[in-house]
Design a protein around this ligand. Structure first.
Ligand SMILES: *Cc1c(COP(=O)(O)O)cnc(C)c1O
Length: 470
Protein backbone atom coordinates (compact mmCIF):
# COMPACT_ATOMS: atom_id res chain seq x y z
CA UNK A 1 0.00 0.00 0.00
CA UNK A 2 1.43 3.34 -1.08
CA UNK A 3 0.44 6.78 0.16
CA UNK A 4 -0.21 9.80 -2.06
CA UNK A 5 -0.66 13.51 -1.40
CA UNK A 6 -3.98 15.34 -1.85
CA UNK A 7 -2.06 17.92 -3.91
CA UNK A 8 -0.59 15.31 -6.25
CA UNK A 9 3.01 16.62 -6.33
CA UNK A 10 4.68 14.19 -3.89
CA UNK A 11 6.18 10.84 -4.90
CA UNK A 12 4.24 7.89 -3.38
CA UNK A 13 5.50 6.85 0.06
CA UNK A 14 5.35 3.83 2.35
CA UNK A 15 3.48 3.74 5.67
CA UNK A 16 6.65 4.06 7.75
CA UNK A 17 7.70 7.14 5.81
CA UNK A 18 4.27 8.73 6.14
CA UNK A 19 4.17 7.90 9.86
CA UNK A 20 7.05 10.29 10.58
CA UNK A 21 5.78 13.02 8.22
CA UNK A 22 3.74 16.15 8.83
CA UNK A 23 2.47 17.96 5.76
CA UNK A 24 3.53 16.55 2.40
CA UNK A 25 6.29 18.61 0.70
CA UNK A 26 3.66 19.92 -1.75
CA UNK A 27 1.57 21.23 1.17
CA UNK A 28 -1.03 18.45 0.93
CA UNK A 29 -2.02 15.61 3.24
CA UNK A 30 -1.09 11.97 2.74
CA UNK A 31 -3.76 9.33 2.08
CA UNK A 32 -3.64 5.68 1.00
CA UNK A 33 -3.83 5.34 -2.78
CA UNK A 34 -7.12 3.45 -2.27
CA UNK A 35 -9.26 2.35 0.67
CA UNK A 36 -9.19 -1.41 1.39
CA UNK A 37 -12.67 -2.91 0.99
CA UNK A 38 -14.18 -5.07 3.71
CA UNK A 39 -16.61 -7.73 2.47
CA UNK A 40 -19.52 -9.29 4.39
CA UNK A 41 -17.60 -12.41 5.41
CA UNK A 42 -14.73 -10.35 6.83
CA UNK A 43 -17.12 -8.09 8.70
CA UNK A 44 -18.78 -11.16 10.19
CA UNK A 45 -15.44 -12.58 11.30
CA UNK A 46 -14.37 -9.27 12.83
CA UNK A 47 -17.53 -9.01 14.96
CA UNK A 48 -16.15 -11.49 17.45
CA UNK A 49 -12.66 -10.01 17.81
CA UNK A 50 -11.15 -8.22 20.80
CA UNK A 51 -10.28 -4.54 20.29
CA UNK A 52 -6.57 -5.25 19.86
CA UNK A 53 -7.21 -8.07 17.37
CA UNK A 54 -9.60 -5.85 15.43
CA UNK A 55 -7.03 -3.04 15.43
CA UNK A 56 -4.44 -5.43 14.01
CA UNK A 57 -6.79 -6.67 11.23
CA UNK A 58 -7.75 -3.15 10.17
CA UNK A 59 -4.32 -1.54 10.37
CA UNK A 60 -2.71 -4.50 8.63
CA UNK A 61 -4.77 -3.59 5.53
CA UNK A 62 -3.08 -0.18 5.46
CA UNK A 63 0.44 -1.13 6.58
CA UNK A 64 2.63 -3.39 4.47
CA UNK A 65 6.08 -2.39 5.66
CA UNK A 66 5.81 -3.60 9.26
CA UNK A 67 5.77 -7.43 9.48
CA UNK A 68 2.39 -8.75 10.68
CA UNK A 69 3.83 -10.30 13.85
CA UNK A 70 5.45 -6.99 14.83
CA UNK A 71 2.29 -4.99 14.11
CA UNK A 72 0.24 -7.46 16.15
CA UNK A 73 2.62 -6.96 19.07
CA UNK A 74 2.54 -3.15 18.73
CA UNK A 75 -1.26 -2.95 18.85
CA UNK A 76 -1.38 -5.64 21.53
CA UNK A 77 0.89 -3.49 23.71
CA UNK A 78 -1.20 -0.39 22.92
CA UNK A 79 -4.82 -1.39 23.50
CA UNK A 80 -4.73 -2.95 26.96
CA UNK A 81 -7.12 -2.85 29.88
CA UNK A 82 -4.28 -1.42 32.00
CA UNK A 83 -4.02 1.66 29.74
CA UNK A 84 -7.66 2.13 28.70
CA UNK A 85 -9.47 1.07 31.85
CA UNK A 86 -11.80 -1.59 30.43
CA UNK A 87 -11.49 -4.82 28.49
CA UNK A 88 -13.70 -3.40 25.71
CA UNK A 89 -11.33 -0.36 25.39
CA UNK A 90 -14.20 1.76 23.93
CA UNK A 91 -17.36 0.54 25.73
CA UNK A 92 -20.76 1.64 24.39
CA UNK A 93 -23.65 2.56 26.69
CA UNK A 94 -27.20 3.77 25.97
CA UNK A 95 -28.78 6.91 27.44
CA UNK A 96 -32.43 6.78 28.46
CA UNK A 97 -33.48 8.57 25.26
CA UNK A 98 -31.87 5.79 23.18
CA UNK A 99 -28.76 7.70 22.07
CA UNK A 100 -25.67 5.56 22.44
CA UNK A 101 -22.38 6.85 23.82
CA UNK A 102 -19.07 5.27 22.84
CA UNK A 103 -16.36 6.07 25.40
CA UNK A 104 -13.10 7.07 23.70
CA UNK A 105 -12.05 8.90 26.83
CA UNK A 106 -10.72 6.27 29.22
CA UNK A 107 -7.05 6.57 28.26
CA UNK A 108 -4.36 8.17 30.44
CA UNK A 109 -5.33 11.79 29.65
CA UNK A 110 -9.09 11.18 29.66
CA UNK A 111 -9.55 12.40 26.08
CA UNK A 112 -10.00 10.63 22.74
CA UNK A 113 -6.58 11.72 21.46
CA UNK A 114 -5.10 8.89 23.56
CA UNK A 115 -6.78 6.35 21.25
CA UNK A 116 -4.43 7.26 18.41
CA UNK A 117 -1.51 8.82 20.25
CA UNK A 118 -0.83 5.71 22.34
CA UNK A 119 -0.45 3.72 19.12
CA UNK A 120 1.77 6.43 17.65
CA UNK A 121 4.12 6.19 20.66
CA UNK A 122 4.68 2.46 20.10
CA UNK A 123 4.89 2.80 16.31
CA UNK A 124 7.38 5.70 16.45
CA UNK A 125 9.66 3.82 18.82
CA UNK A 126 9.54 0.72 16.59
CA UNK A 127 10.23 2.50 13.29
CA UNK A 128 12.98 4.72 14.77
CA UNK A 129 14.77 1.71 16.30
CA UNK A 130 14.56 -0.19 13.03
CA UNK A 131 16.05 2.71 11.11
CA UNK A 132 18.57 3.71 13.77
CA UNK A 133 17.09 7.20 13.97
CA UNK A 134 15.98 9.49 16.74
CA UNK A 135 13.24 12.10 16.78
CA UNK A 136 12.76 15.26 18.79
CA UNK A 137 9.15 16.35 18.93
CA UNK A 138 8.37 20.03 19.42
CA UNK A 139 4.76 21.00 19.99
CA UNK A 140 2.53 23.71 21.36
CA UNK A 141 -0.53 22.90 23.41
CA UNK A 142 -3.33 24.61 25.23
CA UNK A 143 -4.29 21.31 26.84
CA UNK A 144 -5.34 18.00 25.29
CA UNK A 145 -2.94 17.34 22.43
CA UNK A 146 0.21 18.07 24.39
CA UNK A 147 -0.68 15.86 27.30
CA UNK A 148 -1.79 13.01 25.02
CA UNK A 149 1.56 13.24 23.18
CA UNK A 150 3.55 13.29 26.42
CA UNK A 151 1.72 10.28 27.87
CA UNK A 152 2.21 8.39 24.61
CA UNK A 153 5.90 9.17 24.23
CA UNK A 154 7.08 9.14 27.85
CA UNK A 155 9.99 6.78 28.35
CA UNK A 156 10.16 5.86 24.65
CA UNK A 157 13.66 5.17 23.34
CA UNK A 158 15.05 7.56 20.72
CA UNK A 159 12.45 10.27 21.37
CA UNK A 160 12.45 13.57 23.26
CA UNK A 161 9.36 15.74 23.62
CA UNK A 162 9.55 19.53 24.06
CA UNK A 163 6.05 20.77 24.78
CA UNK A 164 5.33 24.48 24.95
CA UNK A 165 2.31 25.72 26.88
CA UNK A 166 1.18 29.23 27.84
CA UNK A 167 2.41 30.01 31.36
CA UNK A 168 -0.48 30.24 33.80
CA UNK A 169 -3.18 29.77 31.13
CA UNK A 170 -4.09 26.11 31.57
CA UNK A 171 -6.39 24.63 34.19
CA UNK A 172 -4.86 23.26 37.39
CA UNK A 173 -5.78 19.76 36.25
CA UNK A 174 -4.15 20.18 32.82
CA UNK A 175 -0.99 21.62 34.37
CA UNK A 176 -0.78 18.80 36.88
CA UNK A 177 -1.36 16.23 34.16
CA UNK A 178 1.55 17.43 32.03
CA UNK A 179 3.98 18.84 34.55
CA UNK A 180 3.82 15.88 36.94
CA UNK A 181 5.50 13.61 34.39
CA UNK A 182 9.03 12.89 35.63
CA UNK A 183 10.35 10.98 32.60
CA UNK A 184 13.77 12.11 31.45
CA UNK A 185 12.64 12.48 27.81
CA UNK A 186 9.67 14.80 28.56
CA UNK A 187 10.42 18.53 28.71
CA UNK A 188 7.64 20.94 29.67
CA UNK A 189 8.27 24.54 28.72
CA UNK A 190 5.89 27.24 29.96
CA UNK A 191 6.11 30.34 27.78
CA UNK A 192 5.38 33.77 29.20
CA UNK A 193 2.69 34.44 26.59
CA UNK A 194 -0.46 33.05 25.00
CA UNK A 195 -1.08 29.80 23.14
CA UNK A 196 -0.59 31.59 19.80
CA UNK A 197 2.87 32.71 20.94
CA UNK A 198 3.77 29.08 21.69
CA UNK A 199 2.56 28.11 18.24
CA UNK A 200 4.59 30.89 16.61
CA UNK A 201 7.75 29.66 18.36
CA UNK A 202 7.12 26.11 17.13
CA UNK A 203 6.63 27.42 13.59
CA UNK A 204 9.81 29.51 13.80
CA UNK A 205 11.84 26.47 14.89
CA UNK A 206 10.20 24.31 12.21
CA UNK A 207 11.20 26.87 9.61
CA UNK A 208 14.81 26.89 10.83
CA UNK A 209 16.00 24.29 8.31
CA UNK A 210 19.52 23.89 9.71
CA UNK A 211 18.28 23.42 13.27
CA UNK A 212 15.50 21.08 12.13
CA UNK A 213 17.97 18.93 10.24
CA UNK A 214 20.68 18.88 12.92
CA UNK A 215 18.30 17.92 15.71
CA UNK A 216 15.79 15.71 13.77
CA UNK A 217 12.87 17.92 14.76
CA UNK A 218 9.36 16.56 14.17
CA UNK A 219 5.76 17.09 15.27
CA UNK A 220 2.73 15.00 16.14
CA UNK A 221 -0.13 17.16 14.97
CA UNK A 222 -3.62 16.07 14.03
CA UNK A 223 -2.80 15.63 10.33
CA UNK A 224 -0.52 12.68 11.08
CA UNK A 225 -1.77 9.68 9.09
CA UNK A 226 -0.79 7.24 11.86
CA UNK A 227 -3.35 8.92 14.09
CA UNK A 228 -6.14 8.74 11.51
CA UNK A 229 -5.61 5.05 10.76
CA UNK A 230 -5.67 4.17 14.47
CA UNK A 231 -8.96 6.06 14.80
CA UNK A 232 -10.63 4.06 12.03
CA UNK A 233 -10.62 1.07 14.39
CA UNK A 234 -13.06 2.44 16.97
CA UNK A 235 -15.73 3.09 14.35
CA UNK A 236 -15.74 -0.65 13.61
CA UNK A 237 -15.63 -1.49 17.34
CA UNK A 238 -18.50 0.93 18.06
CA UNK A 239 -20.55 -0.46 15.20
CA UNK A 240 -20.21 -4.04 16.49
CA UNK A 241 -21.16 -2.96 20.04
CA UNK A 242 -24.17 -0.95 18.91
CA UNK A 243 -25.71 -3.62 16.65
CA UNK A 244 -26.77 -7.25 16.86
CA UNK A 245 -25.98 -8.08 13.24
CA UNK A 246 -24.20 -6.64 10.22
CA UNK A 247 -27.49 -6.03 8.42
CA UNK A 248 -28.04 -2.99 10.66
CA UNK A 249 -26.86 0.53 9.98
CA UNK A 250 -25.51 3.00 12.52
CA UNK A 251 -24.92 6.76 12.41
CA UNK A 252 -22.06 8.39 14.31
CA UNK A 253 -22.19 11.86 15.81
CA UNK A 254 -18.74 13.37 16.33
CA UNK A 255 -17.73 16.51 18.29
CA UNK A 256 -15.40 18.08 15.72
CA UNK A 257 -12.63 20.66 15.43
CA UNK A 258 -9.77 19.69 13.13
CA UNK A 259 -11.91 17.03 11.39
CA UNK A 260 -9.42 14.30 12.39
CA UNK A 261 -11.84 12.15 14.34
CA UNK A 262 -14.69 12.19 11.82
CA UNK A 263 -12.26 11.82 8.91
CA UNK A 264 -11.55 8.34 10.29
CA UNK A 265 -15.32 7.68 10.29
CA UNK A 266 -15.47 8.73 6.64
CA UNK A 267 -12.70 6.24 5.84
CA UNK A 268 -14.48 3.45 7.77
CA UNK A 269 -17.61 4.14 5.69
CA UNK A 270 -15.58 4.12 2.46
CA UNK A 271 -14.17 0.72 3.48
CA UNK A 272 -17.70 -0.67 3.61
CA UNK A 273 -18.69 -0.38 7.28
CA UNK A 274 -22.52 0.06 7.30
CA UNK A 275 -22.52 3.68 8.49
CA UNK A 276 -25.74 5.48 7.59
CA UNK A 277 -24.79 9.06 8.42
CA UNK A 278 -21.80 10.94 9.80
CA UNK A 279 -22.98 13.84 11.95
CA UNK A 280 -20.48 16.68 12.40
CA UNK A 281 -21.10 18.53 15.67
CA UNK A 282 -19.37 21.89 16.17
CA UNK A 283 -19.45 24.50 18.91
CA UNK A 284 -19.68 28.26 18.33
CA UNK A 285 -16.70 27.87 15.97
CA UNK A 286 -18.95 26.52 13.26
CA UNK A 287 -16.99 26.67 9.96
CA UNK A 288 -17.60 22.96 9.42
CA UNK A 289 -21.31 23.21 10.20
CA UNK A 290 -21.55 26.06 7.71
CA UNK A 291 -19.86 23.94 5.04
CA UNK A 292 -22.06 20.89 5.54
CA UNK A 293 -25.22 23.02 5.52
CA UNK A 294 -24.36 25.38 2.64
CA UNK A 295 -21.37 23.93 0.75
CA UNK A 296 -19.36 27.09 1.46
CA UNK A 297 -16.05 26.72 3.32
CA UNK A 298 -14.93 29.97 4.88
CA UNK A 299 -12.12 29.37 7.38
CA UNK A 300 -11.65 32.17 9.88
CA UNK A 301 -8.58 33.81 11.37
CA UNK A 302 -7.35 33.14 14.90
CA UNK A 303 -8.77 36.54 15.88
CA UNK A 304 -12.26 35.36 14.84
CA UNK A 305 -12.00 32.07 16.71
CA UNK A 306 -14.08 32.15 19.89
CA UNK A 307 -12.84 30.85 23.22
CA UNK A 308 -15.61 28.49 24.35
CA UNK A 309 -16.46 26.02 27.09
CA UNK A 310 -15.65 23.13 24.71
CA UNK A 311 -12.11 24.40 24.11
CA UNK A 312 -10.70 21.46 22.15
CA UNK A 313 -13.11 22.35 19.33
CA UNK A 314 -12.10 26.02 19.15
CA UNK A 315 -10.76 25.68 15.63
CA UNK A 316 -11.62 27.67 12.53
CA UNK A 317 -9.40 25.98 9.96
CA UNK A 318 -10.03 22.25 10.01
CA UNK A 319 -6.65 20.79 9.13
CA UNK A 320 -7.88 17.33 8.06
CA UNK A 321 -10.81 18.59 6.00
CA UNK A 322 -8.73 18.52 2.80
CA UNK A 323 -8.69 14.72 2.99
CA UNK A 324 -12.47 14.57 2.69
CA UNK A 325 -12.63 17.18 -0.08
CA UNK A 326 -10.06 15.14 -2.06
CA UNK A 327 -12.41 12.12 -1.94
CA UNK A 328 -15.48 14.26 -2.60
CA UNK A 329 -13.90 15.60 -5.80
CA UNK A 330 -13.03 12.15 -7.11
CA UNK A 331 -9.41 12.56 -5.92
CA UNK A 332 -8.73 15.39 -8.35
CA UNK A 333 -5.53 16.83 -6.85
CA UNK A 334 -5.40 19.73 -9.32
CA UNK A 335 -8.79 20.96 -8.16
CA UNK A 336 -7.88 20.41 -4.48
CA UNK A 337 -4.66 22.42 -4.90
CA UNK A 338 -6.58 25.26 -6.49
CA UNK A 339 -9.26 25.26 -3.75
CA UNK A 340 -6.59 25.47 -1.05
CA UNK A 341 -4.95 28.32 -2.91
CA UNK A 342 -8.27 30.11 -2.48
CA UNK A 343 -8.18 29.20 1.23
CA UNK A 344 -4.66 30.58 1.56
CA UNK A 345 -5.75 33.85 -0.04
CA UNK A 346 -8.50 34.14 2.56
CA UNK A 347 -11.35 33.60 0.09
CA UNK A 348 -12.45 30.08 0.96
CA UNK A 349 -14.51 28.16 -1.62
CA UNK A 350 -18.00 27.17 -2.65
CA UNK A 351 -18.92 23.53 -3.31
CA UNK A 352 -22.68 23.98 -2.94
CA UNK A 353 -23.18 22.11 -6.23
CA UNK A 354 -21.84 19.02 -4.43
CA UNK A 355 -24.30 19.16 -1.50
CA UNK A 356 -26.49 16.28 -2.73
CA UNK A 357 -23.45 13.99 -3.00
CA UNK A 358 -22.07 15.20 0.35
CA UNK A 359 -25.34 14.14 1.97
CA UNK A 360 -26.47 11.14 -0.06
CA UNK A 361 -23.23 9.49 -1.17
CA UNK A 362 -20.96 10.41 1.72
CA UNK A 363 -23.66 10.63 4.41
CA UNK A 364 -22.49 13.88 6.01
CA UNK A 365 -24.87 16.12 7.97
CA UNK A 366 -24.08 18.67 10.68
CA UNK A 367 -25.25 20.86 13.51
CA UNK A 368 -23.77 23.23 16.07
CA UNK A 369 -24.09 23.83 19.78
CA UNK A 370 -23.57 26.93 21.90
CA UNK A 371 -22.63 27.52 25.53
CA UNK A 372 -26.27 27.56 26.68
CA UNK A 373 -27.04 24.37 24.68
CA UNK A 374 -24.02 22.65 26.19
CA UNK A 375 -25.03 23.52 29.75
CA UNK A 376 -28.67 22.53 29.13
CA UNK A 377 -27.59 19.16 27.67
CA UNK A 378 -25.21 18.47 30.57
CA UNK A 379 -28.03 19.27 33.02
CA UNK A 380 -30.65 17.24 31.14
CA UNK A 381 -28.48 14.13 30.85
CA UNK A 382 -27.61 14.35 34.53
CA UNK A 383 -31.31 14.57 35.39
CA UNK A 384 -32.31 11.66 33.13
CA UNK A 385 -29.29 9.37 33.48
CA UNK A 386 -27.44 10.48 36.60
CA UNK A 387 -24.13 11.08 34.83
CA UNK A 388 -22.11 14.17 33.93
CA UNK A 389 -21.19 14.52 30.25
CA UNK A 390 -18.05 16.37 29.28
CA UNK A 391 -18.81 19.67 27.42
CA UNK A 392 -17.54 18.39 24.02
CA UNK A 393 -19.58 15.23 24.26
CA UNK A 394 -22.57 17.36 25.28
CA UNK A 395 -22.22 19.29 22.00
CA UNK A 396 -22.40 15.95 20.20
CA UNK A 397 -25.47 14.78 22.11
CA UNK A 398 -27.24 18.09 21.48
CA UNK A 399 -26.67 17.79 17.72
CA UNK A 400 -27.53 14.07 17.65
CA UNK A 401 -30.87 14.74 19.34
CA UNK A 402 -31.66 17.37 16.71
CA UNK A 403 -30.64 15.33 13.69
CA UNK A 404 -31.80 11.84 14.72
CA UNK A 405 -34.61 10.40 12.58
CA UNK A 406 -37.17 7.80 13.68
CA UNK A 407 -35.56 4.38 13.99
CA UNK A 408 -32.02 5.65 13.45
CA UNK A 409 -29.33 4.25 15.76
CA UNK A 410 -26.97 7.07 16.69
CA UNK A 411 -23.65 6.54 18.44
CA UNK A 412 -22.21 9.74 19.95
CA UNK A 413 -18.47 9.65 20.44
CA UNK A 414 -17.49 10.60 23.99
CA UNK A 415 -14.30 12.58 23.43
CA UNK A 416 -13.41 13.48 27.03
CA UNK A 417 -14.44 12.85 30.62
CA UNK A 418 -16.29 15.46 32.66
CA UNK A 419 -13.55 15.23 35.31
CA UNK A 420 -11.36 17.45 33.11
CA UNK A 421 -13.94 20.24 33.02
CA UNK A 422 -15.26 20.58 36.57
CA UNK A 423 -15.83 24.34 36.19
CA UNK A 424 -18.23 24.01 33.28
CA UNK A 425 -20.00 21.09 34.93
CA UNK A 426 -20.43 23.19 38.08
CA UNK A 427 -21.82 26.05 35.99
CA UNK A 428 -24.33 23.67 34.38
CA UNK A 429 -25.32 22.24 37.76
CA UNK A 430 -25.62 25.64 39.43
CA UNK A 431 -23.44 24.51 42.33
CA UNK A 432 -19.94 23.16 42.79
CA UNK A 433 -19.58 19.64 41.41
CA UNK A 434 -16.59 17.28 41.45
CA UNK A 435 -17.25 14.88 38.56
CA UNK A 436 -15.88 11.41 39.24
CA UNK A 437 -12.22 10.90 38.42
CA UNK A 438 -10.42 7.58 37.81
CA UNK A 439 -8.78 6.42 41.05
CA UNK A 440 -5.32 6.54 39.48
CA UNK A 441 -5.66 10.33 39.18
CA UNK A 442 -6.67 11.06 42.76
CA UNK A 443 -4.38 13.70 44.20
CA UNK A 444 -2.80 14.45 40.80
CA UNK A 445 -2.54 18.16 41.62
CA UNK A 446 -0.40 17.40 44.69
CA UNK A 447 2.42 15.68 42.79
CA UNK A 448 5.69 17.56 42.23
CA UNK A 449 5.71 19.43 38.90
CA UNK A 450 8.51 19.66 36.33
CA UNK A 451 8.44 22.70 34.08
CA UNK A 452 10.83 25.38 32.85
CA UNK A 453 9.41 28.87 32.45
CA UNK A 454 10.92 30.79 29.51
CA UNK A 455 10.33 34.23 27.99
CA UNK A 456 8.31 34.49 24.78
CA UNK A 457 11.35 33.93 22.55
CA UNK A 458 12.19 31.30 19.95
CA UNK A 459 15.91 31.80 20.66
CA UNK A 460 15.41 30.94 24.35
CA UNK A 461 13.56 27.73 23.45
CA UNK A 462 16.15 26.82 20.86
CA UNK A 463 19.02 27.19 23.31
CA UNK A 464 17.21 25.08 25.93
CA UNK A 465 16.72 22.31 23.34
CA UNK A 466 20.37 22.51 22.34
CA UNK A 467 21.43 22.19 25.98
CA UNK A 468 19.21 19.16 26.59
CA UNK A 469 20.35 17.36 23.43
CA UNK A 470 24.04 18.30 23.77
C1 LIG B 1 -9.38 17.13 19.84
C2 LIG B 1 -10.74 17.04 20.46
C3 LIG B 1 -11.93 17.18 19.70
C4 LIG B 1 -11.91 17.50 18.22
O1 LIG B 1 -11.42 16.45 17.43
P1 LIG B 1 -10.92 16.72 15.93
O2 LIG B 1 -10.24 15.48 15.51
O3 LIG B 1 -9.98 17.89 16.02
O4 LIG B 1 -12.12 17.04 15.11
C5 LIG B 1 -13.15 17.04 20.34
N1 LIG B 1 -13.21 16.81 21.67
C6 LIG B 1 -12.11 16.68 22.44
C7 LIG B 1 -12.26 16.47 23.90
C8 LIG B 1 -10.83 16.78 21.86
O5 LIG B 1 -9.74 16.66 22.64
Amino acid sequence: MKYISTRGQTAPKSFSEVLLMGLAPDGGLMLPERYPQVDAATLQRWRGLSYAELAFEIMNLFIDDIPAADLRRLVGNTYTEAVFGTREITPVRTLSDGIKIQALSNGPTLAFKDMAMQFLGHAFEYVLAREGKCLNIIGATSGDTGSAAEYALRGKAGIHVFMLSPHGKMSAFQRAQMYSLADANIHNIAIEGMFDDCQDIVKALQNDAAFKQQYSIGTVNSINWGRIVAQVVYYFAGYFRATASNSEEVSFCVPSGNFGNICAGHIAKQMGLPIRRLMVATNENDVLDEFFRTGRYRPRSAAKTYVTSSPSMDISKASNFERFVFDLLGRDSVQVASLWQQVASGEGFDLSAELPRIRDTFGFVSGSSRHADRLATIRAVHASDGEWLDPHTADGVKVARELREAGETVVCLETALAAKFAETISEAAGHEVHPPRPVALAGLENLPQHVTVLPNSAAAVKSLIEQVLA
